[in-house]
Design a protein around this ligand. Structure first.
Ligand SMILES: [Zn+2]
Length: 67
């Protein structure tokens, strides 16, 4: 996971999500897209990821964290 995503998550949830991504292609694509967006924001010189993206990320994490 990216540094940004690591900062958003505690360690155990992060591992849970990574385990899910190993077996779920749809979520993996979604997460990859988010990570790419974060990288683009950084390249554009924005120190902060937009709130809307951060909110989407949290929603995705909430979805992933469900059994
Ligand atoms: Zn999934």
């Amino acid at each position: 996971m990216s540094e940004y995503l690591d900062n958003e998550l505690d360690g155990s949830l992060c591992r849970e999500i990574e385990a899910h991504l190993e077996r779920c292609h749809a979520c993996k694509v979604c997460m990859t897209t988010l990570q790419r967006t974060v990288a683009l924001c950084r390249q554009a010189g924005k120190a902060q990821v937009p709130d809307s993206l951060s909110r989407r990320l949290r929603e995705l994490i909430g979805t992933l964290a469900k059994p």
